[in-house]
Design a protein. Structure first.
Length: 551
């Protein structure tokens, strides 16, 4: 966790309150008295007098800091480390056995191509049954037709896309095939910078922003031969599905938002506007919209995909990952974007040894028994998933999450880091340009977070370290843990510990919207997640379902 000026937060709070209390007409012996109960301390009059000069010195220092321009791209000096004690990263990379289809039939209805998974489109392109240009034009037409209905697109990169598609066709014609993403059209969440385009972060204060760099993820996809066709919506500054231009919609129910914050990424994928997308997650921003829209999403291990060129919300929790139509698609995209880039120093190289021939029954699989036993609205779908896994020879072993640590209480780590990332926006009152001004939305959350003492933030990180060790001890024997996607604290816990998650559809609720199941993996254990996810999807058809309005 790159923590540049974490020590200043406490003093900012006190200094601001000194100023506020001085102006207030209420009678206090010393300005710090008003804040002491909030901080959980009690000072004597002598102690209060002693600290007054120090507070004034700190306030002068803060004023100097505020004169210095800190760009969102500047991280912190310390890095979050998700590894428990004694954990070793496997770096022995072997040849990946994808077992991709080689003979895919061209559909009678050309529009059906829009809903083909990447691995089938790749076979069609490689066998020259369709060109990248033809496929790109198909998706561009669908984007123009449906983008306003879904409110899922911020900008269309048509000119650039057609040039990339033409290049892909020329290379393939000459026998230079880059791999399964070559010529495949995709979209990105618009918190990833691409030189020559606006990068709006979905927020009013930044809707005309241009960043003169291209995110590492986009560069890696370009190297793989993929074709970027659009930049997609996100809830403003990575919260929810409300952005400066509207509310992104669920393709299964246009009265419902697509959830967020990777709102446009999930919506566009499921509606067949792109073949795959890139999203990000800090706390549920891939899992939630993938669930709502019926997509398959992979939240990778913290620190395996570079965030260079991505908007920072929480340096110690932000993760970049794919949202696709299938687990296998997620694996193909993940393999292209993972790994060090020499810029994001939190990223580590590791072995992603996926093997399509590996035996499913050899996986050690746990399940969060207590959460599955809850009488929830989606229990029937979850129980069917467990039954399916057992029918395929998997022994499901009960496991429980750590229960003796204040997990929910330390979730303010996100808002603290976010408030630092958008400090200037708050101080200059540009947060008033944000569309969503509800009490729990970012503008007020960032204002509130300025009153979080640095001492409490650091102690929250210490508890987080205990959580990492506790989760590791509870789960270290398992390759995969099955979880109902939104029950208990599992989503928050695994985002705090940095563990990967594969979420995929497992049915529909009574209102006709998709439900999902989550598979939690070991650190750097994405290969096992793909193995179990692919097996489930080959035995079911939930990932093949198409929202009727977009056929």
């Amino acid at each position: 966790m790159k923590e540049g000026t974490i020590y200043t937060l406490y003093f900012i709070v006190v200094a601001l309150l000194v100023s506020a209390c001085t102006k207030n007409e209420q009678t206090v012996n010393h300005p710090t008295q008003a804040i002491e109960p909030y901080l959980g301390i009690h000072l004597t009059d002598a102690e209060r007098d002693s600290l007054q000069g120090g507070l004034e010195d700190h306030q002068q220092a803060f004023e100097e800091l505020h004169k210095f321009q800190l760009d969102n791209s500047v991280g912190m000096a310390l890095e979050f480390n998700p590894l428990p004690g004694g954990f070793e990263i496997n770096t022995d990379q072997k040849s990946i056995a994808w077992n991709l289809p080689t003979n895919v039939e061209f559909p009678a209805n050309r529009n059906e191509l829009a809903f083909y998974p990447v691995y089938k489109l790749a076979a069609l392109i490689k066998s020259k049954k369709i060109t990248s240009t033809e496929l790109t034009q198909l998706y561009l037409e669908r984007i123009k037709k449906y983008k306003d209905t879904l409110q899922c697109v911020i900008s269309v990169t048509e000119e650039q896309a057609l040039l990339q598609a033409k290049r892909a066709d020329e290379e393939i014609a000459k026998g230079k095939y880059r791999g399964p993403l070559h010529g495949i059209p995709y979209g990105i969440k618009d918190l990833l910078a691409v030189e020559g385009t606006k990068t709006t972060w979905g927020a009013g204060p930044y809707k005309d922003q241009t960043i003169n760099k291209t995110a590492t993820v986009v560069k890696k996809l370009e190297e793989a031969g993929a074709v970027m066709v659009a930049k997609l919506t996100l809830g403003a500054l990575a919260m929810g599905d409300i952005w400066y231009g509207g509310k992104t919609r669920n393709p299964w129910d246009l009265e419902q938002g697509s959830s967020g914050s990777s709102a446009g990424s999930a919506s566009a994928t499921v509606a067949g506007l792109v073949a795959f997308t890139i999203g990000t997650e800090t706390w549920g921003s891939i899992v939630s919209p993938a669930t709502r829209c019926g997509a398959t999403g992979l939240r990778p291990t913290y620190g395996v995909v570079s965030r260079n060129g991505a908007m920072a919300l929480s340096w110690s929790m932000d993760k970049v990952g794919p949202i696709c139509r299938s687990a296998l698609d997620c694996a193909l995209v993940f393999d292209a974007i993972r790994g060090e880039d020499g810029v994001d120093s939190s990223v580590k190289n590791f072995a992603f040894n996926y093997d399509a021939k590996s035996e499913l029954k050899k996986l050690k699989v746990g399940y969060l028994k207590t959460l599955f036993e809850k009488d929830t609205a989606h229990k029937e779908n979850h129980d069917k998933t467990l039954a399916l896994l057992r029918s395929q020879g998997i022994e499901l072993v009960p496991v429980e999450l750590p229960a003796d640590l204040p997990v929910e209480a330390i979730s303010f780590i996100i808002s603290t880091e976010g408030a630092a990332a958008f400090d200037e926006m708050t101080r200059t009152d540009r947060d008033s340009l944000m569309t969503d001004q509800r009490s729990w939305a970012w503008p007020n959350t960032f204002r509130t977070a300025r009153f979080i003492p640095a001492v409490e933030y650091i102690n929250a990180q210490r508890i987080r370290k205990l959580l990492i060790e506790a989760y590791h001890q509870k789960t270290k024997e398992f390759d995969v843990i099955v979880a109902p996607s939104f029950e208990g604290d599992q989503n928050l816990i695994t985002n705090l510990t940095g563990h990967p998650c594969l979420v995929l559809p497992n049915g529909f609720n009574k209102k006709g919207s998709p439900t999902s199941i989550s598979f939690l993996g070991k650190l750097y254990g994405e290969a096992a997640l793909v193995t179990i996810g692919r097996a489930v999807q080959e035995a079911t058809d939930w990932d093949d379902r198409v929202p009727p309005l977009f056929k």
